[in-house]
Write a protein that binds this ligand. Structure first.
Ligand SMILES: CC(=O)N[C@H]1[C@@H](OP(=O)(O)OP(=O)(O)OC[C@H]2O[C@@H](n3ccc(=O)[nH]c3=O)[C@H](O)[C@@H]2O)O[C@H](CO)[C@@H](O)[C@@H]1O
Ligand SMILES: C=C(OP(=O)(O)O)C(=O)O
Length: 432
């Protein structure tokens, strides 16, 4: 088993470069299936396990995919299969994003039901409601969702009960090849939605309004391959901003886009962190003392749920009592128990947690419960007394490229080891 071992106490200094966004590249790769002629060239692609997984899904579906030097080339011009089986969807929920493209291209899509995960039950009813409004017959059974339409999908008005990111993306992709105009109301406004719309438009689609609460898609009969560069990862950027602040360091987060990070910047400034916009990113300078604040996660432009656990790590160092309320996912507090193992003083009260920042964090062996929890526990390890060992790194690898190397380059005392290697070293120490 692999572990990250971090020893607390070092201030971070220097420059760290942000990768392309995981949550932008996954829907863009799914969208590349819509091109019935020409290749798509996708640049600034991070080498994450989720990216390898979605590439496998595309290959299974009969697309040709290469991934070299942070560029993916997709040729989806051959006839595509219709089914994304459970073995892929189980590894990564975002596999469900191929459904809209397959339904639009083939008139039929069969995708394994993603099921729940560590952060909540995560249903996909809003995706299916959109497909049904466009004329698809959707059946759920034997662990699969089957959606089929006679002829082309038809443009429709879809009102989303909640501005779901994935549902907005899936409906947007399906609507590009529908007959007539689709209007998605109360849709998600995340920067990743805008990135997907830009890619679709480069493929020949007619998508307007991405980034606002209403998106209009005028259907076209065919899409072609296109060139696209993925936006920088605002959550990776935010994670390094917290790393700088928590250690009282001074770090330039290169590639961070201030407009994508406005809620995080505002809340960190409220805590007393200095954030300076520079030409190529954000400089973050941690104060001697952090102030306690309250945070509520919300759809964009509200505070992102994907930064909730990292901010919990930061608030555990603030003077006074803070509260975080999670409104996006119903069960995204699994990391609280792990923070408690590090002497974190946190109480869960319904959908909120109360954090007392006065107690000294102590190094401990902790398990990552999900992707962002993995990063957050490592952030706490940067300031805990002694050694923190973080396990279940498969979660970390879904969303962070070379996380420990990047922290190490900024001055952290951190390494990633294989438990077998570690026990050999211990054995060697005993024997010699
Ligand atoms: C790959 C990707 O981009 N993942 C992001 C995406 O996930 P994802 O697209 O899955 O998140 P959604 O915005 O769809 O989900 C938000 C909430 O809506 C609920 N819901 C969603 C769809 C639906 O049909 N019915 C329903 O009830 C979910 O259970 C959840 O409670 O947005 C989340 C919210 O910003 C982020 O945390 C994830 O990192
Ligand atoms: C929850 C996340 O991702 P996913 O939707 O892929 O699980 C995340 O990026 O924090």
């Amino acid at each position: 088993m692999e572990k990250i071992i971090v020893r607390g106490g070092r201030k971070l200094n220097g420059t760290v470069k942000v990768e392309g966004a995981k949550n932008a590249v996954l829907p863009v790769i799914a969208a590349s299936l819509l091109a019935s002629n020409g290749k798509s060239f996708i640049n600034e692609v991070p080498t994450l396990s989720d990216v390898y997984t979605i590439n496998e899904v595309l290959r299974y579906l009969n697309a040709e995919v290469t991934f070299e030097n942070n560029q993916i080339v997709v040729d989806a011009s051959r006839e595509l299969k219709t089914e994304a089986p459970f073995e892929y969807v189980r590894k990564m929920r975002a596999s469900v994003l191929v459904m809209g493209s397959l339904l639009a291209r083939n008139g039929h899509a069969r995708v394994a039901l993603p099921g729940g995960c560590a952060i909540g039950s995560r249903p996909i009813d809003q995706h299916l409601k959109g497909f049904e409004a466009m004329g698809a017959i959707v059946k759920v059974g034997n662990g699969y969702i089957d959606a089929e339409v006679k002829g082309r999908l038809r443009g429709a008005k879809v009102y989303m009960d909640f501005p779901s990111v994935g549902a907005t993306e899936n409906i947007m992709m399906a609507a590009t090849l529908a007959e007539g105009t689709t209007i998605i109301e109360n849709c998600a406004k995340e920067p990743e939605i805008v990135d997907l719309a830009n890619f679709l438009n480069a493929m020949g689609a007619k998508v307007r309004g991405a980034g606002t609460g209403t998106i209009r898609i005028e259907g076209v009969t065919e899409l072609h391959g296109a060139h696209h560069s993925i936006i920088p990862d605002r959550i990776e950027a935010g994670t390094f901003m917290v790393a700088a602040a928590i250690t009282g360091g001074n770090v330039l987060v290169q590639g961070a886009v201030p407009e994508h990070l406005s809620s995080l910047i505002a809340k960190m400034e409220e805590m007393g962190v200095t954030i300076i916009e520079e030409k190529d990113g954000l400089r973050v300078i941690g104060p001697e003392k952090l102030k306690a604040i309250d945070i509520k996660t919300m759809p964009h432009p509200g505070f992102p749920t994907d930064m909730q656990s990292q901010m919990m790590a930061l608030l555990l160092r603030a003077q006074g009592t803070s509260m975080i309320t999670e409104t996006v996912f119903e069960n995204r507090f699994m990391h609280v128990e792990e923070f408690r193992r590090m002497n974190g003083d946190i109480k869960i009260e319904g959908r909120s947690v109360i954090i007392n920042g006065e107690s000294q964090l102590q190094g401990a062996e902790v398990a990552a419960t999900d992707l962002r929890a993995a990063a957050a526990l490592i952030l706490s390890g940067l300031v805990a007394e002694g050694y923190t060992r973080v396990t279940e790194l498969k979660h970390l690898d879904r969303g962070y490229v070379n996380f420990h190397q990047k922290l190490s380059a900024l001055g952290a005392d951190i390494e990633r080891i294989n438990e077998i290697t570690e026990s050999l070293v211990e054995e060697a120490n005993v024997n010699f």
